[in-house]
Ligand binder design. Structure first.
Ligand SMILES: CC(C)[C@H](C(=O)O)[C@@H](O)C(=O)O
Ligand code: SF4
Length: 464
C-alpha cells in the first residue's frame, strides 16, 4: 500500500496498537529543558522509577538563561533554581547536560540539529511545542506535556493517537526579499492558527525542495502556530550533506545502513492525504503581523485587513487591535517601533544573521531602536564572529548577545517594556509574550533589519 512519509516513520515506531485507542510509539531522541522537566523528575522519584535510556535523553538549558555575562552566577533566583534543577537531574540520571557556558549550549531546537541529534526517520520529542523544528530533517518531531516527559523518561515510549495527514505544497520561485519565515507566516495567515489542528503536515513542492536546511527548520518550527501536531519535509541530498559528520550522526558502516533507510523516506506517488493545500510562491511577499496571534499576518505592503477577513470574530479582532494600538485598514509601513529582536528557534541560525547583516551592512542602527541580537547557540555565535558579521553589526551600532531563548518569551531579563513595539523574528505575538504589555510584530530577519536601521516598519526590498 502506498504510504506517506509520515506513515512510514510513524508505523515503523509503533510498539503496540491499542484497539480504538492511541498507539504506543517508540521515541528515538528525547530533548529536555529546564522549564518542563523538573516536575517530570519529581514524578519519577515519587514513584521510584528511573530513566530507561539516559543516552537517548539530552538536557539543554535555554529558556531561563541570561544573554549577557553568562560566566557570572545567574542573578534571578527563580531562573537560577530552574537551571540548577536541570543540572542536578541530569547528573543524577546520567543524562548529558549542555548547561549555561557549555560549548554546545543554545536553544534546544538549534543545538539538536547542529550536533546531529536530529536525524531523518527518527521520532523526537521534547516538552516544548517548537519541537516541530526537527521535522525539517524528515523526522517525526512534536512537543509533549510534562506528564508525557515523565512517561518517555521511564519507558522511552509515548501513547499518541495517530494524527491526520495534510500536505501543503508551495510551487514556483520565491521573489526577492521573501524568506522561509515569510513562507511560514503566509501559510499561517491563510490557514489561521487552528487551520491544521489535528493534522501532521508534510511540506512539499519547489519552494521547500529549493530551500536550505535552515530555511526548512524555520518553516517546520512554525507548523505548531497553525495548530498542527508537527510538520516535516522529506530528506534529500541537502539533508544528508547537512548532517554528515556531525558529532552524533552515525559514522562508517552505521552511516551507510542509515542512508539506505533514509533514502526510502519519501511519500509514495499514490499515497493519500486527508487534506491537500497548494499555494503559489509568487503570491508571497515579505510578511509582518499586526495583531496578537501568528495568524494575524499580512504582506508588508498591504493594509491591516478588516475584521471579516480574520479568524475569531469582531470582538477578538477589536481587542487584538486595541492591544496593538492599531486600526483596521491602516498601513503597517512607516509605523514607529522601539525594539528589534533577532533570534529564537525560528530565526536564530547563521543564515538569519547573514540576512540581517545583508541589510545593516554600511548602515546605522536607528537611534530610537533598542536591538537584541541573540544567536541560537554558541556555535552560531562563533560563526557570526568567524564570518565577520560581528564587525558589520558593531560598525552599525549593534551589540551581539549570548545564546538562549531570550526575548522570544522573556523568561529571562530580556523583556520588552509595556506598550513598546518590537519587531521580532520569533514565532509568537501573544499579548505580553515578550514582557508584560509588550507589543510584537513578527517578521523575517530582513524585515527586522530594515526596521532596525530605519526605526519604522520598512519594506526590506527597498534596502536590498
Ligand atoms: C516553555 C515552553 C513550554 C514553551 C513551549 O512549549 O513552546 C516555550 O518554548 C514557548 O515557546 O512558548
Ligand atoms: S526560542 Fe522561543 S519558541 Fe523557541 S523554545 Fe525558546 S521560547 Fe520556545
Amino acid at each position: 500500500m502506498s504510504k506517506t512519509l509520515f506513515d512510514k516513520v510513524w508505523d515503523s515506531h509503533v510498539v503496540r496498537n491499542i484497539a480504538d485507542g492511541p498507539d504506543v510509539l517508540y521515541i528515538d531522541r528525547h530533548l529536555i529543558h529546564e522549564v518542563t522537566s523538573p516536575v517530570a523528575f519529581v514524578g519519577l522519584e515519587s514513584r521510584g522509577l528511573s530513566v530507561l535510556y539516559p543516552e537517548r535523553t539530552f538536557a539543554v538549558a535555554d529558556h531561563n538563561t541570561p544573554t549577557i555575562n553568562q560566566h557570572l552566577p545567574v542573578e534571578d533566583p527563580l531562573s537560577a533554581n530552574q537551571l540548577k534543577t536541570l543540572e542536578d537531574n541530569a547528573n543524577k540520571y546520567g543524562i548529558s547536560h549542555w548547561g549555561l557556558g557549555h560549548a554546545n549550549n543554545g536553544i534546544v531546537h538549534v543545538v539538536g540539529p547542529e550536533n546531529g541529534i536530529t536525524v531523518p526517520g527518527a521520532t523526537i520529542v521534547c516538552g516544548d511545542s517548537h519541537t516541530s523544528t526537527h521535522g525539517a530533517f524528515g523526522a517525526i518531531a512534536f512537543g509533549i506535556g510534562t506528564s508525557e516527559v515523565e512517561m518517555v523518561l521511564t519507558t522511552q515510549c509515548i501513547m499518541q493517537p495517530k494524527p491526520k495527514k495534510m500536505r501543503i505544497s508551495v510551487n514556483g520561485t520565491l521573489n526577492k526579499g521573501v524568506t522561509p519565515k515569510d513562507v511560514g507566516l503566509y501559510i499561517i495567515s491563510k490557514l489561521t492558527t487552528s487551520g491544521a489542528t489535528g493534522y501532521f503536515v508534510e511540506y512539499a513542492g519547489d519552494v521547500f525542495e529549493n530551500m536550505t536546511m535552515e530555511g526548512r527548520m524555520t518553516v517546520c518550527n512554525l507548523s505548531i502556530e497553525m495548530g498542527a501536531r508537527g510538520g516535516m519535509i522529506a530528506p534529500d541530498e541537502k539533508t544528508f550533506d547537512y548532517i554528515k559528520g556531525r558529532p552524533k550522526t552515525p559514522k562508517g558502516e552505521g552511516w551507510d545502513t542509515a542512508m539506505a533507510y533514509w533514502k526510502t523516506l519519501k511519500t509514495d506517488e499514490n499515497a493519500v492525504f486527508d487534506k491537500e493545500i497548494t499555494f503559489d510562491a509568487n503570491d508571497i511577499e515579505p510578511m509582518i503581523t499586526y495583531g496578537t496571534n501568528p495568524g494575524m499576518g499580512m504582506g508588508i505592503s498591504n493594509n491591516i485587513p478588516t475584521a471579516e477577513a480574520v479568524e475569531g470574530g469582531k470582538a477578538t479582532y477589536d481587542k487584538s487591535l486595541a492591544y496593538m494600538g492599531y486600526s483596521e485598514n491602516e498601513q503597517m509601513i512607516g509605523k514607529k517601533i522601539d525594539y528589534v529582536f533577532i533570534g529564537s528557534c525560528t530565526n536564530g541560525r547563521i543564515e538569519d544573521f547573514r540576512a540581517f547583516a545583508s541589510i545593516v551592512k554600511g548602515r546605522k542602527k536607528a537611534d530610537n531602536v533598542t536591538a537584541w541580537l541573540v544567536p541560537g547557540s554558541h556555535i552560531v555565535e562563533a560563526k557570526i564572529k568567524e564570518e565577520g558579521l560581528l564587525d558589520i553589526f558593531e560598525e552599525a551600532g549593534f551589540v551581539l548577545r549570548e545564546p538562549g531563548c531570550s526575548a522570544c518569551l522573556a523568561m529571562n531579563d530580556d523583556k520588552v517594556p509595556a506598550g513598546k513595539y518590537a519587531v521580532s523574528t520569533s514565532n509568537r505575538n501573544f499579548e505580553g509574550r515578550q514582557g508584560p504589555g509588550s507589543r510584537t510584530l513578527l517578521a523575517s530577519p530582513l524585515v527586522a533589519a530594515a526596521a532596525a536601521v530605519t526605526g519604522v516598519v520598512t519594506d526590506p526590498r527597498e534596502l536590498l
